[in-house]
Design a protein around this ligand. Sequence first.
Ligand code: M6R
Length: 595
Amino acid sequence: MCGIFGYVTNKEEALGPILISAAERLTYRGYDSVGAATLNNGKIDLRKDVGKVDSVAAKYNIAEMRGQRGITQLRWATFGEPSQINSQPHLDSDGDLVGAHNGNVVNNVELRQEFMAEGMTVRSQNDGETCVHAVERYINRGYEFIDAIRLAYGDLQGDYAFVIGRANDDKLYAFKKGSGMVVGLGEGFTCLSSDLPSILPLTRNVIRPQDGEIVTLWADRVEIRSVKDGKLIERQPELVTETMDAVQKGGFAHFMLKEIHEQPQVARELLHLLDGSPEVEHVIEKMKSADHLYLIGCGTSYHAASVGSVFFAQLAGRAAIPVLAPQFIAQYAPAVGHDDVGIFVSQSGETKDVLNALEAAEKRSMSCFGLANVVGSTLTKATSFCLPLCCGYEISVPATKTFTNQVVTFLYLAYRLAGKDTSELLRIPELMEQTIEMVGPQIEAIAKDINKWNDMYCLGYGATYPIALEGALKLKEITYAHCEGMLSTEFKHGPLSAVSKGFPIVFVAGPNDVPLIISGINEVKVRGARTITIAEEDARLRSNGDDLVVIPRSDPQISALLGVLPLQLLSYHMSVMRGFDPDFPRNLSKTLTVD
Ligand code: M6R
């Protein structure tokens, strides 16, 4: 979400077309507004607005913009609604500085108040403007530019990348914390961007700045200094040789695999954003006072809603009804009213089944909130407030990172409902990283072993039951095999008859449910099944089943979330081993706008 691009040359030239092309290459990250600024001979030209790149560029004639330095930014609204004033780049109080960021500054609200108290002109709610004032503050206090940036870096909390320039200068400055940033060195120019694909058509000579470093860009060179002591850091440029397609996939073979590996980072960004969002409070209050609470979605989004409903009950004693959107219309819509609350969950925000359910709920005056990934989608506009998922574009048809961020959102809401300290959740991204690393080779080997089977089951209990449903959906979606997700205790009520020698059954066991899961394992093992259990290390599970896929120790809720990662990887590897393209499975579409 959001993207920045900066360009420095040695003389005034037509930068508009360069900025527009760079902005277009950033669009895949998702955005709702566009801006461009050029700097030349003490003047800053700033043009920006809500809308698509082509329409904003045409409306403000961005193509005609000239300068010696240029910045463009695509914004995906988080702090502050999508509006012209909240669009980026932003000026400082006097219009001498201009800057833009991507990511989230989580102490935005506090810093803005401090800046206003210090007499600065704060024009928007946006945290990109906060980054500009954070530098301005120390310039006002008489610091040199680099030192002002070093001090600003210490004040800005969150994950972001930021570029700033001043009118009377010939350079741009950039730094980052948590988010990505790439600097390019070309013939007669330098540039920087949130990601590699947007600068690759300009140059393949790149430097990757690290957190805690400040980059200064001149037309013919770049300099990196440490935030800590201001000292110069030596770094040689690297030559990027991959194709554009490989670069867009971030070096992974498929978008699905890239998106699986992006999960820790998007979860980190989401958790910071939720902590800084004043609107979340409103949703929590409404949930607390709701008569009935419904969590409504389809496919993967419904599974996330189902995990959420277990979390709400387990952690906050709050009953919530997860329901497939079309069934909501038939089963609940006739009975809901003004005192009920619905959270409509959708990655795309365009699923017709979900929008139909929303319409039915609104007819009955139910309070409706959204949880969506695609900003600007119908769901984000049609609900009074829509929580963002902050995943950036999810390109592969099988949902992965949007599922885990939906689950993280529900876990965060459950913590808030329960009055629990949400800072405990900040360990989730690291646990996700550990999980991916721990299970990788083992899952690939299991995928190879069971790949001949075209029929299997995935079983869970409590919070891992919907995780099992999600794993089964993923397997069906991209391996074209049949995999049924089920409550583990239900298996003996019928499906047990399907078990034959070697029949693969995956169990996902929460740390509190081990004895129950062991009963299930034994029932199928004595009938010849091959069991694969995803769980925390446990001697009982190790001695009872076949494969134990160990995930890191956490707690029952986080453990359920982690349990989906091996299932995503299992389905990915099985799909690839079968010769299918997991990103674009046959017959399916990423966005289902039909009944
Ligand atoms: O965009 P949505 O979340 O509303 O989409 C709902 C389902 O179509 C979607 O989750 C689908 O099940 C996924 N492709 C599964 O990976």
